[in-house]
Design a binder for this molecule. Structure first.
Ligand SMILES: Cc1cc2nc3c(=O)[nH]c(=O)nc-3n(C[C@H](O)[C@H](O)[C@H](O)COP(=O)(O)OP(=O)(O)OC[C@H]3O[C@@H](n4cnc5c(N)ncnc54)[C@H](O)[C@@H]3O)c2cc1C
Length: 424
C-alpha cells in the first residue's frame, strides 16, 4: 500500500503540518527511489520521500529522444506508481534544511522532522546564467536535451537542418551525464551523413572543458570519432550569451586558455559563432535550498552536499547521507553511478542507525553510454581519478551495435523494473 500524504491548505510562513520520519529522503528521482526501494527490501519501516513532482522521468533516454530514436512518452511515468510500497510520499518540495534541529521545512508549509536524512534532490539547471538563452529556448533553432519538453524540439530542429553550422555547447561546471553534450553532436553528424548533407554542415563543439574526455582510454576512441565526422572542437570556450534572432552564440575564453593565461589581467576575449542549430547544455549546480543550507560543501559556490567520497556520510552531520547529482562525490554524475552508490549508502546508513561506523566503500564507479552514431555505442566505465574500469567481457573500446541495443532497450528495462524496485 502506498501511503500518500493528503494535501493540506497552507498559508506560507505558518507551519500547517508537522510530520516525522525515522528516515526522510529528500528527492524521489533516480537516487531517492532506488534508496527507498532498497530500504524497504531490507524491512526498514517509517521512511518518507519528499518529492514535489507527480512525474518520474528516465532522463537517460532524452539523448535518443533528441535524435528521433525514442518516444518522449516512454521516458515518463506517474511518480505515484514508482513510489515503493509502504513508503510515505510527501508531495511537496524542501525549502530549508536545519540539520541541528533535524527538520526540513517545505514550500507548502510543512515541517518534516527526521532521525536520519538522505539528500537526493538532483541538480539544478542554471539556464539563467547564459544571457538571452531562456527567451529563445525551443525557438530559433536553439534547444537542449536537458529538459523533457525540449528534447523533441532538438529532433525537430535537427530535421530542419540542410547545412550550415550545428553548434554544441558544454559548460565548465559539472553536469549530469558528462557525455550528453557530445552524444547528440555525434548523432547530428551521423544524421547529416545519412541524409547526404554532411559536406555542407560544419559541426562545432564549443566546450569549456580542456579535452573531449578526461579518461585517456575513452578519449582515444572519441578522438577517432571526432576525426571521422570532421568536428571542429573549440575547448576552453564557455557559452555566455545567445541571440536567438541573430542566431549567434557568444563564448568567453576560460582561465586556462593560452590567450587568457598570457594576459590574466585583461578582460577575457569573447568569440561569437553564428549557428543554424544550437544544442545548449546549461551550467549546473546543487539546488539553491541545498546551497543555502549548512549541508553545503563550503569549498565551492556550487553547493553540493558535502559527503565522504567513500562512505557517502555527511562530513559534519553523521545522521545525514547524500548520493547522486546533488552530492559532492567527485565522479561523473550519472544514473549508473547512483546504481553503485545506493547499496553503499543503504548499508552504511543501517550501520549508523545501529550505532556502528559506516564500513562499506564506494569506489567512484560511473559509466556513460557514449552513443556515437545511429546504431553505435560504446560504454565508458571508470572510477575515481578517471581510472578506466571496463567490467564487461567484451571490447568496450569499440563502437558496437549490441551496446546501442543495450542503451535503447536494456538499460531502460533495467531502470524501471530492477533499479527502481531496489533489485539492481
Ligand atoms: C540528457 C540527459 C542524458 C543522460 N544520460 C544518462 C545516461 O546515459 N546514463 C546515465 O546513467 N545517466 C544519464 N543521465 C543522468 C541521470 O539522469 C542522473 O544522473 C540521475 O537521474 C541522477 O539521479 P538523482 O536522483 O541524483 O537526480 P534526479 O533523478 O534528477 O532526481 C532528483 C529529484 O529531486 C527532486 N527535487 C528537486 N528539488 C527538490 C526539492 N526542493 N525538494 C524535494 N525534491 C526535489 C526532483 O523533482 C527529482 O525528482 C542523463 C541525464 C540527462 C539530462
Amino acid at each position: 500500500m502506498i501511503i500518500r500524504e493528503e494535501k493540506t491548505i497552507t498559508v506560507r510562513s505558518q507551519v500547517k503540518e508537522q510530520l516525522h520520519h525515522k528516515i526522510l529522503i529528500v528527492g524521489g528521482g533516480t537516487a531517492g527511489l532506488t534508496v527507498a526501494a532498497q530500504l524497504r527490501r531490507k524491512g526498514v519501516e517509517d521512511v518518507g520521500v519528499l518529492e514535489p513532482s507527480d512525474k518520474h522521468y528516465y532522463q537517460a533516454a532524452w539523448t535518443l529522444v533528441g535524435a528521433g530514436a525514442y518516444r518522449p512518452e516512454a521516458t515518463v511515468r506517474p511518480e505515484e506508481h514508482q513510489i515503493p510500497q509502504g513508503i510515505r510520499w510527501i508531495q511537496d518540495a524542501a525549502e530549508e534544511i536545519d540539520p541541528i534541529k533535524q527538520v526540513v521545512r517545505t514550500r507548502e508549509g510543512r515541517e518534516v522532522g527526521y532521525d536520519f536524512l538522505v539528500v537526493a534532490a538532483g541538480i539544478q539547471l542554471d539556464w539563467h546564467k547564459i544571457e538571452g538563452l531562456e527567451e529563445t529556448l525551443g525557438q530559433n533553432g536553439v534547444s537542449s536535451n536537458y529538459r523533457f519538453d525540449l528534447a523533441p524540439k532538438t529532433w525537430a530542429f535537427m530535421q530542419q537542418l540542410k547545412g550550415g553550422v550545428a553548434l554544441f555547447s558544454a559548460p565548465s561546471t559539472p553536469v549530469k551525464c558528462g557525455g550528453a553534450p557530445q552524444k547528440i553532436m555525434y548523432l547530428t553528424a551521423d544524421y547529416a551523413r545519412r541524409r547526404g548533407f554532411a559536406r555542407g554542415l560544419e559541426v562545432v563543439f564549443g566546450s569549456a572543458g580542456t579535452t573531449i574526455f578526461a579518461v585517456p582510454e575513452i578519449k582515444a576512441v572519441l578522438d577517432r570519432v571526432i576525426e571521422r565526422y570532421g568536428i571542429d572542437t573549440r575547448f576552453h570556450h564557455e557559452l555566455v550569451a545567445v541571440d536567438g534572432h541573430k542566431k549567434e552564440a557568444t563564448f568567453e575564453l576560460t582561465a586556462n586558455h593560452p590567450k587568457v593565461k598570457a594576459a590574466p589581467e585583461a578582460p577575457k576575449p569573447r568569440i561569437t559563432i553564428p549557428f543554424d542549430f544550437l544544442h545548449v547544455v546549461p551550467p549546473q549546480s546543487a539546488p539553491d535550498f541545498i546551497k543555502q543550507s549548512p549541508l553545503a560543501d563550503p569549498s565551492t559556490p556550487l553547493g553540493w552536499v558535502e559527503v565522504n567520497k567513500h562512505t557517502l556520510q555527511h562530513a559534519r552531520f553523521p545522521n545525514v547521507f547524500s548520493l547522486g547529482d546533488a552530492s559532492s562525490l567527485p565522479t561523473s554524475k550519472t544514473g549508473a553511478a547512483v546504481r553503485k552508490q545506493a547499496p553503499v549508502l543503504v548499508e552504511n546508513l543501517l550501520s549508523v542507525m545501529k550505532g556502528q561506523e559506516p564500513s562499506r566503500q564506494y569506489d567512484g564507479y560511473t559509466s556513460c553510454p557514449l552513443v556515437t552514431a545511429y546504431g553505435k555505442m560504446f560504454l565508458a566505465e571508470f572510477l575515481y581519478d578517471n581510472k578506466w574500469h571496463p567490467t564487461l567481457p567484451i571490447n568496450t573500446q569499440k563502437e558496437r551495435y549490441d551496446m546501442w541495443l543495450l542503451k535503447k532497450h536494456g538499460l531502460p528495462f533495467m531502470y524501471w523494473n530492477l533499479m527502481l524496485k531496489g533489485q539492481a
